[in-house]
Design a protein around this ligand. Structure first.
Ligand SMILES: Cc1ncc(COP(=O)(O)O)c(C=O)c1O
Length: 432
């Protein structure tokens, strides 16, 4: 049946608005992995592409030969031992008291921010937090939501000070402030200054009326004991009252665990509608999550984390040694939004976006595609108008040759922006 005329016109106008704003989404064309070099997906440890996760999954099935294909109903009506045991295992892995598993990180963030802060409470968030946190805040009953400047503890301190002037109940400790940060920011690849965030918050709120929330989407699996994440690596488990670990990035699967106090869990079970009014995750989904954690805890998992770090350092080394790198940065043609002090940073994020001048990222994206490189252009409103970029993600199984090809492609394009012949491009290879 054709769509009613007026309705169709309205939808077309809405899509047209998106087009004029410069971002119309369409479903991506599937890529042939044999013909592309993966610098785009979040399969950073190459657990999926290498088949390592598949092998662990088949082993997990063998350990549970009587598994049921079907899922339970809502977990408030029926539950499975496997799901309960998986949650216990994830809490042990991440050093948390309790936890609740959600079907996705998106749902989990909307649940946390939409149900935990109460009227009179405030949410103070890094200005670059993920869309799912924004959506959670939109649904929240918190009375105040306030951003602080990205990765800037001083700005956080100022916002917290201002909040106390605004709200006597926060000043007296009778209402709570939720401080929301991410361990690694998904579009910039930079790392949260967590120790300073903790110190500033404690100092600003001496009654202890705060809960720090850490989203570990982009560090889960990549760092810390058995890949438990940055909070575990830093030993800050007791400081972050709520932690979100998604399974959809380095773990190569889906779902997410919210690590929290048992009372917070009870609150989520009672109020998070995306938890209550939906089916439980199926055994198959949970078994892939378990398999992925098994892979992370294996010797191969440790090797994958180590090689990933070596590859990232190799990438930064190549760029830095390139004779034109300083110049293209100075002239603003190309820069990396993270890794300024990479030689002295103990752990580096695999997200290394190439930021271009406005209106230029599509050109670089085309060049990448022509050279068989999978990477993702990202523009406004996902990043600021003057921050368009090609989001590059380094992987464990990227070969040195592939990383050379990535740097060559970017620098070849950037050298052309300088209106110089790319004479010194070959020096990238001589550094191999
Ligand atoms: C920081 C952050 N949090 C949460 C999510 C949502 O996770 P999921 O993909 O599991 O829904 C993402 C996904 O991009 C993310 O980058």
């Amino acid at each position: 049946m054709p769509l009613p005329r007026a309705f169709k016109k309205g939808l077309q106008a809405a899509i047209e608005r998106r087009r004029q704003e410069g971002y119309v989404f369409s479903l991506a064309t599937p890529v042939d992995p044999s013909k592309t070099i993966d610098f785009g997906t979040n399969d950073t440890l190459s657990l999926v592409s290498s088949g390592a996760l598949r092998a662990e999954f088949l082993a997990e099935l063998e350990r549970n030969p009587d598994f049921s294909i079907g899922a339970c109903g809502s977990r408030v009506l029926e539950d499975s031992e496997y799901n309960i045991e998986l949650e216990r295992f994830l809490c042990r892995t991440h050093g948390a008291e309790d936890g609740l598993f959600f079907g996705s990180g998106y749902d989990a963030n909307v649940a946390i921010f939409g149900t935990i802060p109460q009227p009179g409470d405030a949410i103070v968030y890094d200005e670059l937090v993920h869309a799912s946190i924004w959506d959670g805040m939109k649904a929240s009953r918190a009375s105040i939501t306030k951003p602080f400047a990205h990765n800037d503890p001083r700005s956080l301190g100022q916002v917290l000070e201002h909040l106390q002037e605004q709200s006597p109940e926060i000043r007296s400790g009778d209402h709570t402030v939720f401080v929301s940060v991410e361990s690694v920011y998904s579009m910039d690849g930079d790392i949260c200054p967590a120790h300073e965030i903790v110190a500033v918050t404690k100092k600003a709120l001496p009654h202890g009326n705060f809960i720090l929330i850490m989203d570990e989407a982009h560090s889960n699996g990549l760092v810390g004991p058995n890949g438990a994440g940055l909070v575990s690596e830093w030993g800050l488990e007791k400081e972050f009252g709520i932690r979100l670990h998604t399974c959809g990035k380095a773990l190569g699967t889906t779902g997410a665990i919210v690590l929290c106090d048992p009372l917070v869990k009870k609150m989520l079970v009672n109020y998070a509608r995306m938890f209550i009014f939906t089916k439980a995750p199926s055994f198959l989904m949970l078994a892939v999550v378990k398999a992925s954690y098994n892979a992370l805890a294996s010797e191969d998992g440790a090797r994958r984390r180590r090689i990933l770090q070596e590859n990232i350092r190799f990438f930064f080394g190549l760029l830095e040694q390139h004779p034109l790198w300083q110049k293209v940065q100075q002239q603003g043609h190309l820069r990396i939004s993270c890794g300024e002090n990479w030689t002295n940073t103990p752990w580096l994020s695999p997200i290394v976006p190439f930021v271009t001048k406005s209106g230029k990222s599509a050109e670089l994206g085309n060049k990448m595609r022509e050279n068989g490189i999978l990477s993702h252009p990202v523009g406004y409103p996902i990043v600021p108008k003057d921050g368009e970029r090609i989001r590059v993600v380094i992987h464990t199984d990227n070969s040195r040759e592939q990383i050379v090809s990535l740097v060559e492609t970017a620098m070849e394009w950037a050298s052309k922006q300088l209106e110089q012949k790319p004479t010194e491009i070959s020096s990238v290879r001589s550094n191999l």
